[in-house]
Design a protein around this ligand. Sequence first.
Ligand code: SF4
Length: 59
Amino acid sequence: MDKKKVKIDQSACIMCGACVGSYPDDFKFSDEGPAEPVTGEADPEAADICAVGAISFEE
Ligand code: SF4
């Protein structure tokens, strides 16, 4: 699937690591703790993996 521009609500991120573990090319942990995008784009299916809905995509 084509990657899309991704946004992470870092105040909602509980640092579970699901996105980082499943999509290591797209997500990493920031120095402050919460996940952040690696390139700014990610697989849109990654939104489903976040239990707290912190990952969203622009249409
Ligand atoms: S899956 Fe969601 S809560 Fe877990 S690390 Fe990624 S953004 Fe944070």
